[in-house]
Every structure is written in structure tokens, then in C-alpha cells.
Design a protein. Sequence first.
Length: 168
Amino acid sequence: MKSGNLIYRSWYYFRNGWSLYFAFIFAAINTLTVTYYLAIERIPSLQVIFPSFFQYVLIVVLTGIPFLTLIGYLHWKKSGARKAEIDISYEVDPYRARILVNSEILLKININLIQLLTKITNDEKISDKEKDEVDKINTEIQQFVEKRNFKNKLDLTYIKTETQEEEN
């Protein structure tokens, strides 16, 4: 591993540790502290509901965790925002797009191979039309593989074409 690569990897791990764990925990503690001592402690009607900092934290945690879990679930499972995030991740990561496209191409090839093998094992003759179809698929894949690279984003175009066909 190159030293430059080690530096970038370390930077990546540091950012993840910071943003996913430290900043999250620190922000939660900070928010609880600030809201209690700057808002609740100074408003008598709120002090009736939250008489101490500990009770405030307990109530916020008991209501906040389920509520925020529900929000997270809705974001991942029911929101168009998550689909947009996935779309963006494929647009900016050519390696991820390449893996998806390769798996789609392999799936198509395997389906055709299984159909041909089934015919062969059943002692059926492969028609000229089927041979032409195999040649066509082979030519299309070869041309696609020769043209595509990580800069011209043909993989992304392929993904968009395939997903639009499914939606229509």
C-alpha cells in the first residue's frame, strides 16, 4: 500500500469515526444541555414538565429515539430522497456503476446460456434465429465493453436506460 493511499484511507476512517460516532454523540449531548439550560430552566411552565435535567434527558430519549427511528425508516423505505441518494451515488462512483452493469450483462448472458443448454440437453436443434440472437448479443456486449471507460459514463447511461424500461 502506498503511503499516499494510507493517508487518504486514514483520513476517510477519521471522517467516518468523527461524523458517525463522535459528532453524533457530542451533538446529542450538546443539544440536550443547551435546550435544558437555556430554554427549559428559564421558562417556569416547562420546568413543571421537566423538573430536572435528568428527567428531561430521560423523556427526550424515550420519545426521541422511537420518533427518530421512525423518521429514519420513512427516509430509507418510503421516501424519494433515498432513491435520489442512490442515483447520485451511482453517478459519482463509476466503480459502483460498473459492478451493477457487469452483473446485469452477466445475468442476460446466463439466461441465454441456460436456454441454449436446455435445448441442447433436450436434443432440440438451435434455430438460425436463436443463433443470430446469440451473435447479436455477443456483438452488442463486445462493442459496449470496448467503448466504455470510467470517464465516458456509458455504464451510467446503460443503468438509466435499463431502469427507464422497467418504469414504463
